[in-house]
Unconditional design. Structure first.
Length: 134
């Protein structure tokens, strides 16, 4: 293989590598945007459901009027489930911490309190002060 052929082959390999890396970065960014965001509120879910039903099912105005209360009721139930789940998770974490503290030395307990404070600060910054966090 001559020198020009080697350069062409090298450029093709480099182009394929860069295209793959760029594609991977774009896909990772898009997936990260979907996963990393804060969860949708029941109101946002309901709005999206309404819009999807209207556009994809070609609903009449009468059908929309009948479906709206169904969506509202379902979203109220979603909020109840979300709050109950959050309360249960926080109760479980609190119980875990109570059990862990029993095993720790006084020095470790002091460090543990710092960790707890950092966790609470993180939760408040991420979800706001109105969370179920202690």
């Amino acid at each position: 293989m001559n020198l020009v052929g080697k350069w062409k082959l090298g450029l093709y390999v480099l182009a394929i590598f860069l295209a793959g890396g760029g594609s991977g970065a774009l896909i990772t960014w898009q997936v990260g945007q979907r996963i990393a965001g804060t969860p949708l509120t029941p109101e946002e879910i309901g709005t999206r459901l309404r819009a999807r039903f209207k556009s994809r099912l070609d609903l009449t105005a009468d059908q929309v009027q009948k479906i709206d209360p169904i969506i509202e009721q379902a979203m109220r139930q979603v909020e109840v489930i979300r709050k109950d789940t959050a309360n249960r998770v926080f109760a479980n974490v609190s119980h875990l911490h109570e059990q862990v503290v029993i095993v720790l030395t006084p020095e470790q307990k002091a460090k543990f309190e710092v960790l707890e404070h950092e966790r609470h600060d993180y939760l408040r910054k991420k979800y706001g002060p109105a969370t179920n966090a202690p």
